[in-house]
Design a protein around this ligand. Sequence first.
Ligand SMILES: NC(=O)CC[C@H](N)C(=O)O
Length: 330
Amino acid sequence: MLQATPQEDKTRDDGQKKASLDAWVTHYQSYAAKGQNASYIPALEHINSSQLGICIAEPNGTIIHSGDWEVPFTLQSISKVISFMAACLGCGISYVLERVDVEPTGDAFNSITRLEMHKPGKPFNPMINAGAITVSSLLPGKSPQQKLEVLYSLIEKLIGKRPTINEEVFQSEWKTAHRNRALAHYLKETGFLESEVEEALEVYLKQCSIEVNTKDIALIGLVLALDGYHPIRKEQILPKEIARLTKALMLTCGMYNASGKFAAFVGVPAKSGVSGGIMALAPSSTRRVLPLQGEFGIGIYGPAIDEYGNSLAGGMLLQQIAQEWDLNIF
Ligand SMILES: NC(=O)CC[C@H](N)C(=O)O
């Protein structure tokens, strides 16, 4: 009996995956109208909120994408994952965990309440603003520029290009970051912040303003899925311990106070940002049914967010993919 060559099989398979993504993106795009852009950062308010795009990155270099996958957006809270990894790489896991815990809060990402309720005010985890501002202050380097350089070079290794900052978004948030300033002052008073308040904020808000597209974050997700191994560079970029710890934090705290629901009903490590990005990943699974058995990274963009700050249509799209492709890790 004639059989298709492996190459033909793969092409057909990718075509099927792309057709599924196209259909789901078209379907879920209409749900964006139920969400709203993050208006507390003025520069994000006027972005076209009906956009939805996705990119999948596989270890063999295959990239499958659909919709508005190429549109640039700012990392926002997705940057917390990268700064946490960079701080662990630079100072060691135990040093970082002396200053920030690994417990979910169930509170909004920018909440201040637990800092005062639980003495001595150690931030609960690095995926909420209090923890992420602390982590930014721990990055190696004496000045904000040096700390940011550490971050940029890790990102460059991960995505293969030097990141740039969206200056308009940075300025817009810098001028209005009253709550983040309050958090940073409180953390300074309790001794968890290692740099001056304005310096920590500059690093944190600039990392939030780094511009990416869905392919970039899918690649970062892929490296995490492979426990820190970069399949295109063929290099272990992060120690396995850091990659695993980061994935655990994404699963338990990455979708803010909807993290429990995501773990329960989607079941993959994911991290969102208020600009509408979601970085997710699928570790390999022998239980999984076709079409995707190996590890892969997922990048999603849909700027209309829900009450928790997660992309509304993007979250639904991720849930659909996880269900259809049997990605749930549990
Ligand atoms: N949830 C987010 O994406 C928050 C990031 C944003 N820059 C802030 O600090 O508020």
